[in-house]
Design a binder for this molecule. Structure first.
Ligand code: PEP
Ligand code: MG
Length: 593
């Protein structure tokens, strides 16, 4: 709910990543292939903005005419469709109406075009006539073409942003995030996004404060307005008054002092108070992040999310490209381990150039290993690259989203095929890379005992395990309050996976974001987990905490606390027991509104 305090507006969302920043708003929108900026015009700017729009339409239309001319007119229907598009460039509904919106609403041409084309698309889509529905698609294509000329003409390439602004968006995908190069901005806020969504993971690893699930921030906030992003509390303040600014500037100083304190201690060993060694590794998305992983005291990479290499390209990467990346990572991390997870594309990490099919429920769709098994050549190429990189370091191979034993068997067959091909091609590879599976789908938990007999290690992915077990879309802010890692059902599932690993003498690591929150650590330690992989930026805070936990004492307390089957009670007990060592909420991601 919004609160209005002396001119400033507070909007509560959910925490995407901790930290606080103050800066000017920079509003962007993802539209088709482009990311567009929104800004208001003064009266005197309106005529030139209309000219800019007209000129973009003319250039897009001329380019389109050239395409038509270059085609053989006697061909099939394609030119007819193109001819039809030709008329749409100056269509009253699109052209005249966009000019009208620029004039009346005094907004930039990109935003006006987006607004108008969306409305037309929606209108056509609501009509039953399939012909008219196709027209909606035609309008989308034509408006995309005009948009690309507008953006080119106005030079609003978002990847060029270096103003250290606060980005305000309706929705950004992880692929957009990598295009934008979020590290150049101060912070970001979004209307969409949920707990442990991939966009929040990216923000956390870049240590940029972010607030998600704000519902209407991109409509309420104006360009250049002053914003405070309180990523820890999950709220934003628009046009803060002086007192608020003063209060938050003090909080920023406090936060920075705490960060400095943490980084001084980040290289201390990860051992409990009673000297039990723990293994804290980093989750990374790009090879470059190995530097910050090491700076934060990570002992290797427990999860390398390889899909980011596939999100930026308009094609699949080649075996050689992949091999060189994995080799570099293995060498940089050596002798510490690197766990390379095979492609976890789709779900919320979509590349329309690679897989253009839109699914109604993408997180339940052809995602991760399912996609790889349906596209064995893509899978084989990646596996070959990983096996080859295996000789340059301490590499583990991890398969995401396993939901049945059959999938493991099929994966193993393809691994065998990859090895056979490499041998035939006389390429060197490691024959002894440990094979692990993500435990992130409830059926894998149920079958953990059986699955453990086929693999070398388990990696518990709580981000998806919570999503799939509690039926909560991790990208949906409306159900974010239900996303609770300490839910007794989740703890029971984690215990089942741990028991199965132990009884079958295989290794186990937790790589979900649950491990990045000190509040969750006592119960995970009680469950016997000793290997954790998390966002590199969370390692120092988790390390500082575990260095203050006495495992024997913790065991006794957790043993009792868990009996209540009540996460509220469990949280109370953890907070009371560790009140002197848990970091204050200012330093954590926590706000849910
Ligand atoms: C998980 O699901 O917990 C996980 C670590 O994988 P990702 O966040 O990439 O889905
Ligand atoms: Mg996952």
């Amino acid at each position: 709910m919004d609160q209005y305090v002396s001119g400033e507006t507070i909007i509560q969302g959910i925490s995407g990543s901790p930290g606080i920043c103050i800066g000017k708003a920079y509003i962007v929108e993802r539209e088709g292939v482009n990311i567009i900026e929104r800004y208001h015009l003064s009266d005197s700017m309106v005529p030139s903005e209309i000219d800019r729009f007209k000129s973009a339409v003319t250039r897009a239309k001329n380019a389109h005419a050239e395409i038509i001319e270059s085609l053989d007119k006697n061909m099939d229907q394609t030119p007819n469709i193109l001819e039809a598009h030709m008329l749409l460039f100056k269509d009253k509904m699109l052209y005249d109406r966009s000019i009208e919106v620029i004039e009346k609403e005094k907004i930039n041409a990109e935003w006006a075009l987006r607004k108008v084309s969306r409305k037309i698309k929606l209108m056509f889509q609501q009509m039953d006539d399939p012909y008219l529905q196709v027209r909606a698609n035609d309008i989308a294509q034509v408006s995309d073409k005009i948009m690309s000329y507008l953006i080119g003409a106005h030079d609003t390439d978002i990847s060029e942003i270096n103003k250290r602004v606060i980005l305000v968006a309706h929705n950004l995908s992880p692929a957009d995030a990598s295009q934008i190069q979020l590290e150049r901005i101060k912070g970001f806020v979004m209307d969409k996004g949920g707990k442990d969504s991939h966009i929040s993971i990216v923000a956390k690893s870049l240590q940029i404060p972010s607030v998600l699930g704000l519902e209407k921030a991109s409509r309420v906030i104006q360009n250049d307005e002053i914003l405070i992003v309180d990523g820890s509390a999950g709220k934003i303040i628009i046009n803060p008054d002086e007192n608020t600014l003063y209060e938050y500037e003090a909080k920023i100083l406090q936060f920075e002092a705490y960060q400095a304190d943490l980084s001084r201690e980040s290289h201390l060993p990860a051992v409990s108070l009673d000297n039990v060694p723990l293994n804290l590794m980093a989750n990374i998305e790009l090879v470059e992040e190995i530097v910050s992983a090491k700076d934060n005291g990570a002992k290797g990479v427990g999860l390398f999310r390889t899909e980011f290499l596939y999100l930026d390209l308009q094609r699949y990467p080649t075996e050689e490209e992949l091999f060189l990346t994995y080799k570099e990572l293995a060498e940089l991390a050596a002798p510490d381990p690197v766990t390379i997870r095979t492609l976890d594309i789709n779900g919320d990490k979509v590349n329309p150039h690679i897989d253009p099919v839109e699914e109604a429920n993408p997180v339940l769709g052809l995602r991760a290993v399912r996609f790889c098994l349906e596209n064995p050549d893509v899978f084989l190429t990646q596996l070959k690259a990983i096996l080859r990189a295996g000789i340059f370091g301490n590499v583990n191979l991890l398969i995401p989203m396993i939901s049945s034993l059959e999938e493991i068997i099929q994966v193993k067959e393809i691994i065998k095929k990859a090895k056979d091909e490499l041998s035939r091609e006389n390429k060197e590879y490691s024959d002894s890379i440990p094979l692990g599976i993500m435990i992130e789908v409830p059926s894998a938990v149920i079958m953990a005992h059986e699955m453990a007999k086929h693999v070398d290690f388990f990696s518990i992915g709580t981000n998806d395990l919570i999503q799939y077990s509690l039926a909560i879309d991790r990208g949906n802010w409306r159900v974010a309050h239900l996303y609770n890692p300490l839910n007794p059902a989740i703890l029971k599932m984690i215990k089942m996976a741990c028991d199965a690993a132990k009884q079958n003498h295989i290794d186990l690591v937790m790589c979900g974001e649950m491990a990045a929150e000190p509040m969750n650590i006592p119960v995970l330690l009680w469950l016997g987990i000793r290997n954790f992989s998390m966002n590199a930026s969370s390692i120092p805070v988790v390390k500082k905490f575990v260095r203050n936990v006495d495992l024997r004492q913790n065991e006794k307390i957790m043993e009792q606390a868990i009996q209540f089957n009540d996460s509220g009670k469990l949280i109370e007990i953890i907070q009371e027991t560790y009140k002197d060592v848990l970091p204050s909420s200012l330093y954590l991601k926590g706000g849910t509104g």
